[in-house]
Design a protein around this ligand. Structure first.
Ligand SMILES: [Zn+2]
Ligand SMILES: [Zn+2]
Length: 442
């Protein structure tokens, strides 16, 4: 499996009528990536590098990168976050990297690490107008190629539109040796795209939302590999780790193609966001993003099987955001209420604006949702292979929170998903109860 180099660093006139541009110039996932990295830096004429890592990623790879660059006469200043665990992409981290840049003028910043390090560096370099290179240490998440930085300000997750790295480098051996939780997390994040793609196709089939085939294919192709190679991920096979990483990078590329996260984030991600919020409210501990997405995917399989089993599609009832909802949102979401209400208003306006294809029959919908619907059993098997099950107690989601998530996760975003379809059909409660029940029997 390869990164679609032909989509990188140039204008791509697409069949969806758009011209896409992914501003990533190069992606190298190979054993000799170090020489490609030095070459890339010298080709740009850069001489002053700021490298940002944390203690773990510095040990895992940063030290070697530093040595390799120094031996090619590139001057590297290194900043290492001292925190062994729980580093957040928050105000404190942003201030630390901002001050490093101020004190050590640099041509480019190297982010050596996975999710959090990339988010911090992406956010700061965007604000400072500096390019950054991602040197990935784990196939842990899909954000490497993305323009979105998942930040946490005032304890609330906020997605900030920033910029992609100018290049991405990774060593297959380093990827395969990442902590198991990170591999498992990357696996969960990638396999969850089956649900993201289903949500996208659902909106496309019912409301003719634009579906870009190029972006779709970039996400979809690596899924086949991951679904059938869960065992190789488990045994840390280098090729499997490399392909998992490429799948994740490609998901990021698809988001960069679209300029939003539609191809790679649906209701399974909304569940994960809801659990993050519950963790922030002190109702459970925090678990890693991709692992939560994996558990959510396991549950959302039930929702799509439910949709598949419906006898018919009814013309949905679309109701505007009520005062009652606003009161509840203000009480429950506190300082986040404004965003939640705005998202629901946006969703209502979207539903008003789009034309519901009332002629669509359930059989047509099931056909439109292939091949994903037919993959769901294999997805479940693959999740079980890497230790992600239907038992949400493993991530401290009890039955009450599980039900609450299924009923309310849709409030967090304006994006149309399976949850919104079921609300329109008056069936969300019934689907949620069924999914909670099935969770127990699995
Ligand atoms: Zn994700
Ligand atoms: Zn397109």
């Amino acid at each position: 499996m390869e990164v679609p180099q032909h989509l990188l660093g140039r204008d791509v006139a697409c069949s969806c009528q758009k011209v896409h541009r992914v501003p990533i110039e190069q992606t190298v996932v190979d054993v000799d990536m170090m020489s490609s990295l030095s070459q890339f830096i010298s080709n740009h004429g850069w001489t002053r590098i700021l490298m940002v890592a944390d203690v773990n990623t510095y040990r895992a790879f940063g030290e070697r990168v530093e040595e390799a660059l120094a031996s090619s006469s590139i001057s590297v200043h290194t900043y290492v976050f001292a925190k062994e665990h729980g580093l957040l992409a928050d105000e404190v981290a942003v201030a630390a990297v901002t001050s490093e840049i101020a004190n050590n003028p640099s041509d480019v910043v190297l982010a050596v690490g996975s999710g959090v390090i990339n988010d911090i560096v992406r956010y700061v370099t965007f604000r400072k107008g500096l390019p950054y290179i991602s040197v990935a240490t784990a196939p842990s998440m899909d954000g490497y190629a993305s323009t979105m930085a998942a930040m946490q300000f005032d304890g609330i997750k906020v997605t900030s539109t920033t910029h992609s790295p100018i290049a991405i480098f990774a060593h297959p051996k380093v990827l395969s040796e990442a902590p198991w939780e990170l591999l498992q997390s990357g696996f969960g994040d990638l396999i969850g795209k089956v649900i993201s793609l289903l949500d996208w196709k659902l909106a496309h089939a019912l409301y003719s939302e634009t579906l870009c085939q190029t972006a779709y294919d970039v996400v979809s192709e690596p899924l086949n590999f991951v679904i059938s190679h869960a065992g190789d991920i488990l045994s840390r096979d280098q090729t499997a780790a490399k392909n998992l990483f490429i799948g994740l990078v490609n998901s990021g590329i698809s988001m960069a193609l679209m300029g939003n996260s539609r191809p790679a984030s649906g209701c399974e991600h909304h569940c994960s966001h809801y659990w993050d919020l519950a963790a922030y409210q002190g109702r459970r501990a925090h678990y890693s993003h991709g692992i939560q997405v994996g558990y959510a995917t396991y549950s959302m399989i039930e929702f799509y099987k439910y949709i598949e089993s419906l006898p018919r599609i009814n013309v949905p009832k679309v109701e505007p955001v009520s005062e009652e909802f606003e009161r509840y949102a203000n009480q429950f979401y506190g300082s986040g209420a404004k965003e939640v209400i705005a998202a629901q208003v946006e969703k209502y306006e979207w539903l008003q604006r789009m034309t519901f294809r009332s002629e669509l029959r359930i059989a047509d919908l099931v056909t439109a949702l292939q091949p994903e619907l037919n993959r769901l059993d294999a997805v479940r098997e693959a999740l079980l292979t890497v230790g992600i099950t239907g038992d949400l107690y493993q991530i401290e989601v009890d039955d009450a929170l599980r039900m609450e998530t299924f009923l309310h996760a849709r409030e967090l975003r304006s994006r149309y998903t399976a949850f919104d379809f079921l609300v329109g059909q008056g069936l969300l409660q019934s689907a949620a109860s069924r999914a909670v029940m099935t969770g127990h029997s699995s």
